[in-house]
Design a protein. Structure first.
Length: 219
């Protein structure tokens, strides 16, 4: 769920409601200014919470999730956000130009998976390998690589470790690409189905056109 959009909608509903409650309290029921303000504030809080509950309920219904499932997913997404922030910090602290493209790809893929899971939480289940294994691995490897690459003097052992880390990061990047494909696999299947339907329709139209043209020639 888009938090900013949700907050904006709640404010759009709450502010006019609270204002109307204040006018009713002050003018219709003849309460004092401060009592009317207190009632308006309390009413605004209630309207805000009701609006939030209604929006959450509709969102969960659309996503086909229970509140328990959503809390579980949200908890893991919040933890993943912190890890991605660590990853972002590590990736852009490394000054090795030879791995720049790879680092950009890693960050792009991880952000894309996270963004899609936040927008459509049900996709989280398609990316469990990413959230429970691959993300942790890439964060740890990147932080290790950053630490070693920043050493003022590098020994043969450090150079070897950096090389092995680059190779492992390359393998992890491929795993992340597979994770992203898993997240969008349903969309790919749906698109392929739509393409097949469209091809079948076009073929049918072309066949019908040929039959009509043939009939006209026979006449």
């Amino acid at each position: 769920m888009n938090r900013f959009l949700s907050f904006l909608v709640q404010c759009i509903v709450t502010v006019p409601s609270a204002t109307m409650i204040w006018f009713l309290s002050y003018f219709a029921f003849d309460f004092t200014f401060w009592i009317s303000s207190g009632i308006s504030l309390a009413g605004g809080v209630i309207v805000y919470k009701i609006t939030s509950a209604v929006m959450t309920s509709r969102f969960l219904k659309k996503q086909q999730l229970t509140r328990k499932e959503y809390r579980y997913i949200k908890k893991n997404l919040d933890e993943a956000k912190q890890k991605i922030n660590r990853l972002n910090k590590s990736l852009f602290s490394i000054r090795d130009l030879s791995t720049l493209k790879q680092r950009i790809d890693v960050l792009r893929i991880t952000r894309k998976i996270q963004s899609m899971a936040q927008t459509e939480p049900k996709r989280f289940y398609k990316a469990e390998k990413f959230y429970f294994s691959h993300l942790d691995s890439v964060v740890e490897l990147t932080e290790k690589y950053r630490f070693l690459s920043q050493q003022p003097k590098k020994s043969h052992e450090i150079d070897l470790s950096l090389y092995e880390t680059r190779q492992t990061l390359s393998d992890i990047t491929k795993a992340l690409e597979k994770d992203l494909y898993d997240v969008v696999s349903d969309d790919v299947d749906s698109l392929n189905f739509e393409i097949d339907v469209a091809k079948h329709s076009i073929k049918k139209i072309n066949d019908d056109t040929k039959i009509i043209d043939e009939s006209r020639r026979l006449k």
